[in-house]
Design a protein around this ligand. Structure first.
Ligand SMILES: NC(=O)c1ccc[n+]([C@@H]2O[C@H](COP(=O)([O-])OP(=O)(O)OC[C@H]3O[C@@H](n4cnc5c(N)ncnc54)[C@H](O)[C@@H]3O)[C@@H](O)[C@H]2O)c1
Length: 319
């Protein structure tokens, strides 16, 4: 039987490429740079499967891929999928939940600690040779342990962060979510709060909702004003869940103390973005799941998802 054609717009580790080659006729974009859209549109004309990381899977693309049956993203967020258009064209979408939860939660803790203890700012100061003997008050940060942690979005990753906050740092953890999670409340001894209460009472606010029309600018001017002036805000979800201009103003006006950001409204972030020059903002280039082990696990899951979706054998995580 002839193998189905699959295109991967991302280079894959050798073991995953070998796995795919056993099952499908694989072609890979062999450069480490982002594949230009027009080339992707050419490559997908006669394929049944596509492996992607963030390209828009929309009507424009689907129209040009008459044989496409499944698209597998190496990510858990799938806001780049136009799910309605994919349903219309009968194209299955798959993603990679669970395998990255601990890695993203670790990064969120790193952002909390870095912002609270001013790690990047003081690391840079130390390396500039500006560490002088004397009073160290100017280098004081704030504690993380025993503080109030409010998590917005108590899903797979939110729960993993709650566990770390509660068990690792003795924090008082509360959450806001679309639906209450009594089993998680009981298991982790955490409390459900309204969005308003969570925003006004938490010392650390972590945003972990998926990006959707409903969550675009989920945190904006009103929400920043509700936060304590001492609050530290962390976003590791998607840049557009936050009104970035409102966040910049909140930081400039001292309405919140600091922020830790893995994601931005525009990625890569523009070099002129005011957030990049603020000492009380920790900035990262969207590396939530970026460890060798986890990216490998995500790529393998994406490969298995795609093979299962194309062959109808086995299970896959559909979006
Ligand atoms: N920074 C990174 O590299 C990185 C890595 C992985 C995931 N993410 C982002 O994190 C998101 C969450 O991942 P997850 O695996 O925990 O997803 P999940 O689906 O398990 O959890 C999301 C939670 O948000 C809740 N939610 C959705 N809309 C809501 C709303 N309007 N109001 C309140 N709650 C709402 C859901 O009920 C769910 O409990 C992903 O969609 C992705 O965008 C970022």
């Amino acid at each position: 039987m002839t193998k189905q054609k699959v295109f991967s717009e991302k280079q894959l580790p050798q073991n995953i490429q070998s796995y795919l080659e056993e099952h499908v006729d694989l072609k890979v974009w062999d450069k480490s740079t982002q594949m230009p859209r027009e080339l992707l549109l050419k490559e997908i004309k006669d394929v049944q499967g596509l492996i992607t990381t963030g390209s828009a899977i929309n009507e424009e693309l689907l129209q040009q891929a008459p044989e496409l049956k499944a698209v597998s993203t190496i990510s858990v967020g799938y806001n780049h999928f136009d799910t309605e258009a994919m349903r219309k064209y009968k194209v299955i979408g798959t993603h990679t939940p669970y395998v990255l939860d601990d890695t993203v939660a670790d990064l969120v803790m790193a952002l909390m600690l870095s912002a609270a203890r001013r790690i990047p700012e003081l690391d840079a100061m130390t390396k500039r040779g500006e560490w002088k003997k004397g009073d160290d008050n100017p280098r004081f940060g704030v504690d993380v342990h025993h503080k109030k942690l409010g998590i917005i979005g108590m899903g797979r990753i939110g729960e993993t962060i709650a566990k770390r906050g509660k068990n690792g740092f003795d924090m008082e953890v509360s959450y806001f979510n679309r639906s209450r999670k009594p089993e998680v409340e009981e298991k982790l001894h955490i409390e459900y709060k309204s969005k308003d209460d969570l925003l006004s009472e938490s010392d650390f606010i972590v945003l972990m909702v998926p990006l959707s029309p409903e969550t675009k600018h989920f945190i904006g001017e009103k929400e920043f004003k509700q936060m304590k002036n001492s609050a530290i805000f962390i976003n590791a979800s998607r840049g557009q869940t936050v009104d970035e201009q409102a966040m910049i103003e909140a930081l400039q006006k001292g309405e919140i103390l600091a922020a830790g950001l893995d994601v931005f409204e525009q990625e890569p972030v523009e070099p002129t973005n005011p957030l990049l020059t603020m000492k009380n903002v920790v900035t990262l280039p969207h590396i939530g799941s970026a460890t060798a082990e986890t990216r490998n696990a995500m790529a393998m899951l994406a490969a298995k998802n795609l093979v299962a979706a194309l062959t109808g054998k086995g299970t896959y995580y559909s979006v």
